[in-house]
Design a protein around this ligand. Sequence first.
Ligand code: SAM
Length: 295
Amino acid sequence: MATRGRRGRARPRGRGSSLAPGPDAVINRRRWDRASASYHRRCAAALGGRHAESWGLWRVPEARLRLLGPVRDRRVLELGCGAARWTESLARRGAQAIGLDQSARQLAHARPAPGRRRYGLLLANAEAIPLRDRTVDLVFCDWGAMTFADPARTVPEVSRVLRPGGRFVFATSNPIRWIAFDERIDGFGRTLRRAYFDVARLELPRAPIEFSRTYADWIALFRAHGLSVERLVETRPVVGARSRYVSARDQRWAERWPLESIWVLHRDAPRQAPGRARLTRPVRAGSRRGRSRPG
Ligand SMILES: C[S@@+](CC[C@H](N)C(=O)[O-])C[C@H]1O[C@@H](n2cnc3c(N)ncnc32)[C@H](O)[C@@H]1O
């Protein structure tokens, strides 16, 4: 049995995606391969150890935000895992964890240390996830593929692999961030520099291409693929907080306007076809349930 994939291509049902990655994904794979060594030199301390299960630019602990829900014995997929510190930590908590990344250089940092709890690693593009339909309980990422791949391609893929009721949590850029980005100062200013309605694709010289959406467009995309919003966190650093990813000037900006969003969604149960909907059984006249009470 085959289902029609996007762009009309047939794919075998339940075998994982056979979609070709978009052109930007190919550019980003090269850019992440090239940036990998310096990224890990700069960020290893912020990503591992006690920060392994922490969110975003200010490494807010999952233990405080509690966005993922239970993970023990759940099948969990990290999209754009890099060195897979999150994946590794969730595996230690009993999850059947898989880290996916399309950059071989990034994944080279992710090999499990000898004697550590094992987890799966997939060299693959989040726009074409090589897992079967409805086989994952939780998909998440922390400034991973949901920032650097086209949501028009990743959101349908996440929806496809999630089981009904499954959760999807991701931290990424807030759309406000990009409308205030000023290339002349390489940071965030107080004037609007870009149209809010033009935040879908953002490319700066040599940096990986980023993707975003207006709030209305995110929600429309989620709803179109059976995903409901449970919660939206806009992280606000406390005055004086330090981040390895944010300069002191941008930190002051972020104390007043949102730099990042963390979306928490769940996969709706598929709607039953109207003809197959279970109707309440009619009550036959004369049966015990249907008998009218004596007046
Ligand atoms: C900022 S790093 C974040 C990784 C991890 N969360 C961390 O903090 O180390 C972004 C990661 O997303 C990966 N990535 C970007 N686009 C991707 C795509 N289309 N499919 C899979 N991975 C992708 C990159 O290769 C990179 O490893």
